[in-house]
Design a binder for this molecule. Structure first.
Ligand code: LLP
Length: 472
């Protein structure tokens, strides 16, 4: 009887284990990649999701930036498939600012993308990751003399943002006895309907030379007359997290018409027209947004018509950042405590706007998964550990009841996550790890407390012998 009971309970346990087992793929146990995918699919209580988050947090600590190489490669393939089939003269740059980790840059350069940068530091990061200096596209709207000199010397293309900058580049190139390759950043005056803070192509924006009033035209006219610059293209970037094609369509029409005008009136032919970055991603469950295929399809007839009118075909350039890396990134954080106030329930976690600033800075929405918990959903605010009221990573989220020690995973943190992180409140920067299938490695070690004081004066220098005490 007792033996039968034992056999029955073993059978029950085995059956339960089989029920809990993740969808078997040829019987193989789930990989870290599978676990991350379960988290994305809102299946954070599944064994694969729990195993992945637990393993990552145990091995590397929290808060932790995790990137999934497979997702970066998938997005790269999707982008290339959409554009290269329709635009044979195509070059894709990756906007390095979205995620500057060298390991991520190496993946993207290996995929064939060139760097688009906004600072000397980003040029150096790109070179360290194996890019060629002549492939660099340098866009900042406020370049300092050292940056201009470095870009001219290295043969990068400079996206010129003002008439004054044009003269500075001419002077630097003359001094260096070089010819600087330039394009102008054009402000097309198009509203792509995105978050106000990341809208860059509207007339009020600080970026670019306006088409309005012939400002951009006269800049090309001037550049043509300068001996140390070579005009190679025209550039624009109307904003970020753009989820519909209309803004791009309007911009493409304006850029192509402008290129036709340059050809007709100044005899300038452009090597490329760069339509910028900005391709958005769905940050919400169930949301559908413009895909690269939608965008390429919408641009194709406009491009073909423009090219016909111009009488020649420049290369089409684009320079996305977010689209390539955002979805690959997961921020793993741990619950410190739960606090119920008369008004709300706060789940306090060990990251904050020092780790991921987008929610505080742009009221951006990131999905948050509570790992391994089930139960009736309750409305909570996921609160960061920075001493500021705005440090809420997710407001009014419906989640199962959390307890201290639980793990939470914030999705789509691969773009403008770590690259905008800070040590505010004297918290060391999180580590970054890269998952490939079931393997994982550190691609940036966790910040240390020593890092917090690097470069600072540690102790007051000793008073010189015989010196007098400073006056109070
Ligand atoms: N090209 C230029 C000239 C840019 O300024 C940017 C982004 C890009 C390309 C890439 O845009 P993307 O494809 O990533 O949308 N921190 C904000 C986004 C700021 C974007 C700045 N410029 C955020 O977290 O949403």
């Amino acid at each position: 009887m007792r033996r039968l009971a034992l056999v029955t309970s073993i059978a029950t346990v085995l059956a339960a284990a089989v029920c809990l087992a993740p969808p078997a793929r040829g019987g193989a146990p789930p990989t870290l990649h599978d676990g991350l995918e379960r988290l994305r699919a809102d299946d954070a209580a599944s064994p694969a999701a729990v195993a992945a988050a637990t393993r990552l947090a145990k091995e590397f600590g929290t808060p932790l930036y995790v990137y999934d190489a497979a997702t970066i490669r998938a997005r790269a393939a999707e982008l290339k498939a959409a554009f290269s089939s329709r635009f044979p003269k195509l070059k894709i740059h990756y906007a390095v600012k979205a995620n500057t980790n060298l390991a991520i840059l190496r993946i993207l350069f290996h995929e064939g993308f060139a760097p688009e940068v906004i600072s000397r530091g980003e040029i150096l990061a790109s070179l360290a990751a194996g890019a060629k200096e002549s492939d660099v596209l340098f866009t900042s709207s406020s370049k300092n003399p050292a940056e201009i000199e470095m870009a001219v010397k290295g043969g990068a293309i400079l996206n010129v943002d003002s008439r004054e900058e044009l003269e500075q580049i001419e002077a630097a190139a003359a001094r260096l006895k070089r010819k600087a390759r330039i394009s102008f950043r054009i402000n097309p005056g198009v509203d792509p309907h995105t978050i106000h803070q990341i809208n860059t192509g509207i007339s009020e924006s600080k970026f670019g030379l306006h088409l309005e009033g012939g400002i951009a035209f006269s800049a090309y006219e001037r550049a043509k007359a300068l001996p140390h610059v070579e005009i190679v293209g025209a550039h624009c970037h109307i904003g970020s997290q753009i989820t519909e094609t209309e803004g791009y369509e309007a911009t493409a029409k304006k850029m192509l018409a402008f290129a036709a005008e340059l050809k007709e009136k100044l005899g300038i032919t452009l090597g490329f027209i760069d339509l910028g970055g900005g391709i958005g991603i769905p940050y919400h469950d169930g949301e559908t947004v413009m895909t690269p295929d939608d965008l390429a399809k919408a641009l194709k007839p406009i491009w073909d018509e423009g090219v016909k009118a111009m009488g020649y075909e420049p290369a089409l350039w684009i320079e996305p950042g977010r689209f390539l890396v955002a979805q690959s990134g997961f921020l793993v954080t741990r619950v410190n405590s739960i606090k119920k106030t008369p008004v709300k329930t706060f789940v306090n976690v060990d990251s904050g706007f020092n780790t991921l600033v987008r929610p505080a800075m742009y009221q951006a929405y990131h999905r948050i998964r509570l790992v391994g918990e089930t139960g009736p959903l309750e409305k909570v605010d996921v609160a960061g550990d920075v001493c500021e009221t705005v440090d809420i990573l997710g407001a009014d989220r419906m989640l199962p009841p959390a307890k201290d020690g639980d793990l939470m995973v914030i999705l789509d943190a691969g773009a403008y996550g770590f690259s905008m992180a800070s040590e505010y409140n004297s918290r060391p920067l999180p580590a970054e790890v890269l998952v490939d299938g079931d393997s994982v490695r550190v691609i940036r070690r966790r910040g240390t407390f020593d890092d917090l004081f690097r470069g600072e004066e540690r102790a007051r220098p000793a008073r010189p012998a015989g010196g007098t005490a400073p006056k109070r």
